[in-house]
Write a protein that binds this ligand. Structure first.
Ligand SMILES: *Cc1c(COP(=O)(O)O)cnc(C)c1O
Length: 367
């Protein structure tokens, strides 16, 4: 018998569940030659801002551009300091440098993998202009104290929501709490296109108008400013339009799968299941455990053909890209402390009970 196989995520299962609608949507875009921006993209912007209950949505090329464009719109200048988390995907910090700013890393809390508001305070200087919290893995950052610090110090807040579509902090959907929110629709994200796509959301009309200009060459016909080319394409928008009405249901399925993992993994070896703060709704883009037996589990997973991932192998300050900052492990005791213990288990809405049991059995057999 071939070994049982559980993928880390199963994009094809999701496609099959919507095949006729997605195929039709793609044909419609081709039928209208609405390849870049156009009516499908306009519909997407409307659907997405309605989904979040926010005033403005500016579509763009990808989630990395979304962060860059938002920061440019907020007027970042060379040498301005932006505080962000030591634990994220590099888009969060590389865009600060691209926009001319200086990256200031801040440690995470020991429990939630998100930026620690207490430690933000110590990082603020005369040059600080903004904070980028990341709702990592789908768990909202602790926004009330972050907004409070920002207001007291006249800073903007850009929420990186790339992993947290529909996550809630005290009943507010993430992306609607800070000055702006940025989203990625990379295929593997909770709301995924079939290529690159991203968006910026905000309640601020002036910021929205500027971002839209900047992302589209500074305006069509009459170039008000020099911009960049970061546009959503029609096929991605049409696919996202098919998926948006399903997102809530997929999110509930992720939460159910997480709950089952929590129950099945309780008390196994030294496994620490993900902790969830009170008053937040975690949307489990990733289900990340902590364990000192990571090597053994990875070996079992490979043996049994089970997908896994490490998000991410190092905290950002310890990659060669940031060696010039000269950080030491003791600068980020939490992010550094767990970087060798985190492991992302298979997690996708279509995951079956049987698949989950195979994963858990493999983990049990690693101890
Ligand atoms: C995926 C991701 C991004 C970037 O999105 P792309 O669409 O891949 O450019 C930014 N931040 C975080 C935390 C992400 O996970």
């Amino acid at each position: 018998m071939p070994p049982a196989s559980v993928p880390f995520a199963d994009l094809h299962a999701q496609y099959l569940s919507l095949k006729s609608e997605i195929d039709q949507a793609i044909s419609a875009v081709i039928g209208e030659s609405a390849f870049i921006r156009g009516s499908f993209v306009d519909h997407f912007e409307k659907n997405f801002k309605e989904l979040l209950g926010i005033e403005h949505c500016i579509s763009c090329g990808n989630g990395t551009d979304a962060i860059y464009i938002a920061m440019k719109g907020l007027g970042i200048k060379p040498g301005d300091e932006v505080i962000t988390t030591a634990h994220s995907w590099i888009s969060t910090s590389e865009t600060i440098s691209q926009a001319g700013g200086k990256v200031v890393f801040c440690d995470t809390t020991p429990d939630t993998f998100t930026i620690d508001p207490e430690q933000i305070k110590a990082k603020i200087t005369q040059r600080t202009v903004g904070i980028i919290p990341v709702h990592l893995y789908g768990h909202p950052a602790n926004m009330d104290p972050i907004i409070d610090i920002a207001n007291k110090n006249n800073l903007w807040v850009v929420e990186d929501c790339a992993q947290a579509h529909l996550a809630r902090y005290k009943s507010k959907v993430v992306g609607t709490i800070g000055t702006a929110g940025t989203f990625s629709f990379y295929p593997g994200k909770n709301l995924g296109a079939m290529g690159d796509a991203g968006a910026i959301v905000t309640q601020d009309s002036k910021l929205a108008a500027w971002c839209a200009l900047f992302a589209r060459h500074g305006g069509k016909g009459e170039h008000q400013i020099e911009g960049i080319n970061s546009r959503m394409d029609g096929i991605q928008a049409a696919i996202l339009n098919v998926k948006i009405p399903r997102l809530e249901d997929w999110t509930k399925k992720r939460q159910l799968i997480a709950k089952k993992y929590d129950e099945m993994l309780a008390g196994i070896g030294d496994i620490e299941i993900p902790k969830v703060s009170p008053d937040v709704e975690h949307v489990y883009h990733l289900y990340v455990i902590k364990t000192r037996s990571r090597e053994a589990i990875q070996m079992k997973f490979k043996e049994n053909n089970i997908g896994f991932s490490i998000n991410y192998p190092k905290a950002l300050p310890f990659y060669p890209a940031y060696s010039s900052l000269g950080h030491k492990p003791s600068d980020f005791p939490n992010a550094y402390g767990y970087q060798d213990r985190i492991l992302s288990l298979p997690m996708f809405p279509e995951m079956t009970d049987n698949q989950q049991e195979i994963v858990v059995r493999s983990i049990c057999n690693s101890f």
